[in-house]
Design a protein around this ligand. Sequence first.
Ligand code: GTP
Ligand code: MG
Length: 340
Amino acid sequence: MTTAEPAEGDAAPAAGPSGRSRRSRSVPDLIAGARDGDARAVARLISLVEDESPLLREVMAGLAPYTGNAQIVGITGSPGVGKSTSTNALVTALRRAGKRVGVLAVDPSSPFSGGALLGDRVRMQDHALDREVYIRSMASRGHLGGLSWTTPQALRVLDAAGCDVVLVETVGVGQSEVEIAGLADTTLVLVAPGMGDGIQAAKAGILEIGDLYVVNKADRDGADVVRRDLRNMIALADRTADAWRPPIVLTVAQTGQGVDEVVAGIDEHRAWMESSGELERRRVRRARDEVEAIAVTSLRARWSDVHERTELDALAEQVVAGESDPYRAADALLEAYTEA
Ligand SMILES: Nc1nc2c(ncn2[C@@H]2O[C@H](COP(=O)(O)OP(=O)(O)OP(=O)(O)O)[C@@H](O)[C@H]2O)c(=O)[nH]1
Ligand SMILES: [Mg+2]
């Protein structure tokens, strides 16, 4: 099974292709394994990301030369709209086109990986035996701040592992919809009839993030109305003449109807992104956010370190007593900080 899940492997060290215990595999060995299509190595590397391992510095340095190929496709939409079913159908269509596919299901609200995504995993069983598909659910837990930090690094792992396309589905609601657009080269926004999605889309700012709109559950009444509403709203958007015009595709994810058209739309968007320079722009913006998140995290860690060690109370008392002033006290604090 190529499913890149941490559970079993973490409980009991298993022998990798190197014949050694997985726990003792070095970072270069894991990277070589991942490049070689070893799903366990991919899983292990993503676990290092999830665990915020100190080895990540070495991992990211080792992966860097092999990244930049994968097209990151974000899949977003209201709960129950059919994101997981569509992801499954997209994997089928992409595999048919001979692509190596990664699937990252991210749950920004959950501190646990796996559990909440069980239902999604069951739907992914179609691909469980396919060696060219990596499926991983991941919690973006913790203090380092949601999607901004861990998800791009997990995407780097899948990219370096040779995935042509990585589908990212977020579970849960809220700002993650907009956040995911920041992470993706191409964002699919799913809507469905009978969910009031047209209006919700306008409210949630979803019309600004979609590169491609999918009206799923087209087997139900009202799909044409949703398409018309979307088309009208997109037409109202302020666009320059050479801007990308997001296509609207009707699908029935359960049967796969329309899904090849979605794949064609993803390909077209990629081609436009490359020729317009937008791909480069988006990737630079993304890398900038990532670098900033890491830097701020490390500044914050140093700051709390300084905070613990310096006599802030003593400095404050000096200010109160008139022996010092707030600027001098702040300077003393910053001095300790730059020395840390
Ligand atoms: N009629 C119909 N039902 C669909 C279609 N696609 C998905 N469904 C059903 O809609 C329900 C929700 O589908 P999911 O794929 O789990 O939706 P989701 O967006 O991943 O849901 P969350 O992850 O909970 O936000 C399931 O019962 C699917 O079988 C479709 O094209 N037509
Ligand atoms: Mg789902």
